[in-house]
Design a protein around this ligand. Sequence first.
Ligand SMILES: [Fe+2]
Length: 488
Amino acid sequence: MTITDAPPLTATIPTMHGGLANLDDEHSYWLDDIDGVIPIDLEGTFYRNGPGRQRIGDTPYGHWFDGCGMLSVFSIADGKVHFANRYVRTPKYVDETAQQRIMYRGFGTQIPGGIAKNIGRKPGNPSNTNLVYHGGKLLTLYEGGHPFHVDATTLETHGVYDFDGHLTRNMVFSAHGHFHGPSGHWFNFGAGSMGMGRNGPKMCFNIFRIDTHGKMVDFGQLPLDGFPFSHDFALSDRYAIFFVNSITMGGIGDVALGKRSIADGVAFDNSQPMQIALVDLHTMEVAHRFETDPGAIIHFGNAFEDGDEVIVDAMHSDNFEANDALSDIFNAPRLRGGEYRRYRLNTSTGRLSYEVMSPTNSEFPTFNQADVGKRHDATYSAVSVENGHDSFFNGIQRVDIDGNIQLNTLEPGLFGSEPLFAPSKHSSKDADGYILEVVYDGHEHNSSLLIFQATNVLEPVATLKLRHHLPHQFHGYWHDKVMLNAAR
Ligand SMILES: [Fe+2]
């Protein structure tokens, strides 16, 4: 369906808010409501992570980021798909489930009961944002804390994971690590501090290099001015590329005193240019710096080098209104993305330029992981299309490397998620692979897994209906083997 033939807005078209209902039950079953044919050359595990519950009893969390992390696992082989979901057994999940009340602060959540209940309390870790399988371990990720190690065969939670003590108690570890093409190493970062300065702690990004065995083998620090909010970075063969957003996190003292949440102090500073730093992966030192207009980039697509130029795909906003929507997610009229831009950073001349790859509000960009750091075929993203029913991501977009756009607007009342590339088991090419996407149907209050050929996101080759809804998720991961015992 295109924008022009969408029906007029009526009260009968549901919004995205039904997809915020809790899924408290944990399931494990084979999907049998299938429209189309599951490709026989698609084999592996499609993992999702996201907040599976947004309220405890009648009390909602104060922010979408604070719901407890729940893994949704689609195991695919021999033309069949098994589904399972399981919550990460964080202390927050275990304690709040037992007590049936909010017991931990969050990014935007205060413990009910005023300052006395919150003073000096660190936010809990819902481990709800992303996950990775690397070095033989499945890790769930949240940028405000350490990862959790989850058993890939049973989905049982083994506990907090600190890379043999290298991730010290006060360090945090972002939800957006990236694989490095030439080495197969996995790089990640986390906001931190590097000692005290005249005006308090000197902020930095800690940068971590993890080898193919899962060992943390190198560490660097990128000094920062102030206390910016950054969620993701980009990785090329030579550089870790950080865009330091014009988003500030103020009033940290009041957060410590229990007076307000972190999200209350998050603001967009229109006078603060975005600082860009290219960190050399061999020295772990800053090699090049750039500056550009004030902006906010939450997620990046691929990055690659072409001579002296470093090319970076990013979803750019000139504001951070998203935080207002995320803080009031149960009432927010809409949640939208950014403008898909391709930046060109010339390391020889210092020149920065960009082109707009798609004008449609885009978020959750993904691409074929076989092409990380190389010229890729296409970027896939969730999009918000203005069709009168755009309270959330309501479309799927494919933009090829030359800028040709495919845009699939979902039927009104249906809402999408991050589309993820899964290769064919015979080939790593986009032309042979698939795009997997969970879609929430507000009419029926249930969710489906849609499988598209990667070169055609306009029409799924298979739609598999779940027996229930899946709360809107954040990010996912594809593993090329079936890992879950229940699906083997
Ligand atoms: Fe993210």
